[in-house]
Structure formats: C-alpha cells, structure tokens
Design a protein around this ligand. Structure first.
Ligand code: DGT
Length: 204
C-alpha cells in the first residue's frame, strides 16, 4: 500500500472566494489510505465545501491540506457529455486503451458498448452514476469523493450502487457525503460536520 493516498487536513480554515466568512474553521481530519469515511451533517453545514477544499476550489487561508495526486469527484448527478461511452470514460484518462475502459465498465457492472452514444438523458440515474464510478477507475483515482451519489435513485438502484461502491472502490480512499444513516453505517467511520467544523470524529 502506498502511503500517499490518504487525506490529512490540519487546522484548515477555508472560505469561498466571494464570501466574507470562512465556511470551515480549524478542521482536523485524517483519512487513512483505503479507508472509507461517511461525511454527515445538516444542510449548509459545509460538507460540499469540504470537497471544494480537497479539489482546490475553496481557498484555504490557514492550515494544511494533503491529498493524493489523483482525485475523482462524483456529484449527485454524474456529469456526462453527449458523445460515446468511450469519450465519457476517457475524461478520466485521455490515453486509456479500450481494454482498460472495458475493464472499468466490467468493474461497475455496466454492459455498455464503448461506441454507444450517451448523454444526460440517455442513461438511467443509476447507469449514469456507474459510468461516473467507471470514469474514476479509469482515472485510477486514489481518492474518490462521492457527494450524495444515491440522491436521485430509487431504492433498488440505490442499494445496487452502494453494493458496487463496496466492491469497485474497495481499495480506494473514499469520502462519501450522505444524509442517509443506512448509507453512513456502511463506511468504516462516520464524521459529522456542523457549523464548519468536524464535531464528531467517529461514532462507531
Ligand atoms: P447540503 O448540500 O445542503 O447538505 O449542505 P452542505 O453541508 O454540503 O453545505 P455546503 O458546503 O454546500 O454549504 C456551506 C456554505 O457554503 C453555505 O453557506 C453555502 C456556501 N457555499 C456552498 N457552495 C458555494 C459556492 O459554490 N459558492 C459560494 N460562494 N458559497 C458556497
């Protein structure tokens, strides 16, 4: 196991560029390589902002942020472009061979042909999420950020996606924002963000 795949936030204070007040203050959070952490907290608590810090689009005014080299972000609605499955996956790595792309599709249980045209409306919500996960695998992301991946899925699709996250992302470091307790308990650890701070480091 490489030891540079985890996340370490030390005393992080961060602010959106156009905001007067910090959105996160003095955040301490260490996520071990390969660990899966659920991030919970009320609306507006700063969960998405935490991802913004890890992705580098929220300014850090204090403290230090260590993230792995390759990070993938999977939002509530997967970002798909209206072209082929191949080109959607190659956003993860423009040089990936068709064999690697097919392996990623296999890993997420998607039986799509690489030449199939997709787009925001041509796949179900669950398929779109799977394609997003496959793209993260093509990117060979060390850290995968899942922001309420099941928010727009029905119950069976949500359960299927969670099972996939268990298997396909087993060896990745994963932060999973969710407001559903039944999802949070599937993680190795749960952290809660309230008023811009990690208030509970672990409660299981
Ligand atoms: P959610 O998605 O409703 O469950 O809430 P969280 O916990 O993800 O909260 P978050 O991080 O979206 O919002 C925390 C604060 O950050 C809130 O006052 C709004 C602000 N904020 C969020 N996104 C942006 C953004 O894109 N630009 C600016 N300027 N502020 C943002």
């Amino acid at each position: 196991v490489r030891d540079d795949r985890g996340v370490v936030l030390s005393g992080v204070t961060a602010r959106w560029e156009d905001a007067a007040e910090p959105v996160l203050s003095g955040v301490e959070l260490t996520v071990r390589p390969g660990e899966r952490v659920a991030v919970v907290g009320g609306s507006g608590a700063g969960k998405s902002s935490l991802f913004g810090v890890l992705l580098g689009f929220v300014d850090v005014s204090r403290g230090t942020v260590e993230v792995p080299a390759r990070v993938a972000w999977c939002p509530q609605e997967a970002v798909l472009v209206s072209t082929t499955v191949r080109e959607n996956l190659r956003i993860g790595d423009p040089d990936a061979s068709d064999d690697r792309l097919r392996a990623a599709l296999d890993a997420v249980g998607l039986g799509l042909d690489l030449d199939t045209e997709v787009g925001p409306t041509l796949l179900s919500g669950g398929e779109a999420q799977r394609l997003g996960l496959a793209r993260a695998l093509v990117h060979d992301a060390d850290l995968v950020l899942l922001d309420e991946p099941t928010a727009h899925l029905d119950e069976p699709s949500a359960r299927a996606l969670l099972d996939l996250i268990d298997t396909a992302l087993a060896d990745r470091t994963v932060l999973h924002v969710t407001h559903r307790p039944e999802e949070a308990v599937r993680a190795d650890r749960v952290v809660e963000i309230a008023e811009g701070r990690v208030v509970v480091r672990a409660y299981r």
